[in-house]
Write a protein that binds this ligand. Structure first.
Ligand code: GDP
Length: 467
């Protein structure tokens, strides 16, 4: 039986490989990061800039003239929502430019290229087609991997213990503690408690805390309101029909019917991955927020560590993500003289995560980028000192304003890791007031959208397959 299944798998593998290698190979690029990290803007600008390659000079395939054409195609997965590229692009480039709606669930877009190979055989070889399937999914869903190893009782004990230590959790914790777990299950109670618990998770995420599972409570997609998303941690045990029994059953259903299918159907098929993080937002919020972002990234990245979870390892069967890019987004909030330091901080966060999670051969790179540049740079004179500023249109008032954001440390370890400089705050300006709207664009055909190092990101992620 085992041997037969083995043969079956090999045969399927061969068919796949033949059709993909000889005809039109496909690469699946995953794009993730927590809510507000910049996924939607990143994908929209990446696609626009790969379709119009006027600003993608750092890509070898562009500089070398290998890309004959790029075009959008119907995606292969009929049941997955399509990434709403046209709508998001219209938001960014219309007469009243605004930021698009953020990622709420998984979606996909297929971008295809006609490529003229370079080198000695260039004249003899005909152009070939390559597909890039971009898969956008919430980082919150990735964090759920840790739940697969836990029983309901374990998970409940851990969550309740963490809530004990958090002042902002007091109300919700009191509600959970006051609930008689052995009482008969009652849907109204389950819903009321779930609402309270979801509020707690939202607050935890707003504070940048890394433990915000179950991830679908924050981004439920089409499952909003379903029983599989209506459970809370409760202490104690109960007999048949008890509330706690039903909560435990739903927790198990969440693992089997929500977490596993996501990892099996989507995550396991990803070839290359970009993980986006609002590092600047964390730096502005203070040193604790940077620590928490580091922990969250480590959690996210543990999904890419082979052997992190036995079930996932079996599922992947040795297959792994080939490249992972870690990108600090929204770098247009800083003058370019600070970008190298921002990259160094992202690299330090990555190193910290890598020390704890070995990616087993995946190539990794850290980068600071702006998918859509909303500012211009200006140097101002203040008290005889010249200050490197960025200027843009403020989201709230629509007025133009220039900011000097301050300086990042030249040694990232002053901000990241055990030796970081106590409670020191870096960057002066309040990030909340420095929220820029996308700038109105006048675009010539083939121009693409203004960005910072999006082409370097694309070169690392896709450069080799487009040549
Ligand atoms: P998602 O939740 O990961 O999909 O995040 P979005 O792509 O929707 O981005 C969240 C917000 O971050 C946007 O609404 C913008 O305010 C901001 N943002 C994202 N990318 C950029 C960028 O390149 N430059 C600037 N200035 N802001 C950005």
């Amino acid at each position: 039986d085992g041997a037969l299944r083995g043969v079956d798998r090999v045969t399927t593998g061969v068919t796949d490989t033949i059709s993909e290698t000889f005809f039109e190979p496909t690469l699946r690029l995953g794009v993730t990061g927590l809510s507000q990290a910049g996924k939607t803007v990143f994908i929209t600008s990446l696609v626009a800039n790969l379709l119009d390659r006027g600003r993608m000079g750092r890509m070898g395939a562009v500089a070398g003239g290998h890309i004959e054409a790029a075009f959008l195609q119907p995606q292969p997965d009929d049941t997955l929502p399509r990434f709403e590229y046209e709508r998001h692009l219209a938001a960014l480039t219309g007469p009243d430019p605004h930021w698009p709606d953020s990622t709420r669930h998984i979606s996909q877009l297929r971008l295809s290229f006609r490529i003229r190979p370079g080198g000695m055989l260039a004249g003899m070889r005909s152009a070939r087609v390559r597909h890039i399937d971009i898969i956008d999914y919430p980082g919150e869903w990735l964090l759920d991997l840790v739940l697969l190893d836990k029983s309901y009782a374990q998970w409940s004990a851990e969550v309740l213990a963490r809530m004990e230590k958090r002042d902002f959790a007091a109300d919700v914790l009191a509600q959970l503690r006051a609930t008689d777990a052995t009482a008969p299950h009652d849907e109204a109670t389950a819903q009321r408690l779930t609402e309270a618990f979801t509020r707690y998770l939202q607050q935890a995420r707003a504070l940048g805390l890394p433990d915000i599972t179950p991830g679908r409570f924050l981004l439920p997609g089409e499952l909003a309101g379903s029983p599989v998303l209506t459970f809370v941690p409760l202490a104690g045990a109960g007999g048949r029909g008890a509330l706690v029994r039903e909560m435990a059953r739903r927790f198990d259903a969440y693992k089997a019917q929500v977490i596993r299918p996501f990892f099996r159907d989507h995550f396991a098929r990803i070839d290359r991955q970009v993980v986006l993080a609002d590092v600047l937002g964390a730096i502005h919020a203070g040193p604790e927020a940077v620590d928490r972002l580091g922990q969250t990234l480590t959690e996210l990245l543990s999904a890419f560590r082979p052997g992190r979870n036995a079930w996932l390892a079996r599922l992947l069967g040795g297959r792994r993500v080939e490249r992972i890019l870690f990108a600090a987004t929204k770098a247009d909030h800083l003058h370019h003289s600070q970008h190298a330091r921002l990259t160094a901080i992202m690299a330090a966060l990555l190193r910290q995560s890598r020390d704890r999670a070995d990616f087993a051969g995946a190539r990794t790179q850290a980068l600071a980028l702006a998918a859509l540049r909303a500012t211009i740079e200006e140097t101002h004179d203040r008290d005889g000192q010249s200050l490197d500023c960025v200027r843009g249109r403020l989201l709230d008032t629509g007025r133009q304003a220039a900011f000097y954001a301050g300086e990042l440390p030249d040694d990232p370890m002053q901000l990241v890791g055990p030796a970081r400089a106590g409670a020191a705050h870096w960057l002066d300006v309040d990030y909340q007031i420095m929220r820029f709207a996308p700038a109105p664009l006048t675009r010539a055909p083939g121009d693409g959208l203004p960005h910072i190092r999006l082409d370097a990101a694309a070169e690392f992620l896709l450069g080799d397959v487009l040549r």
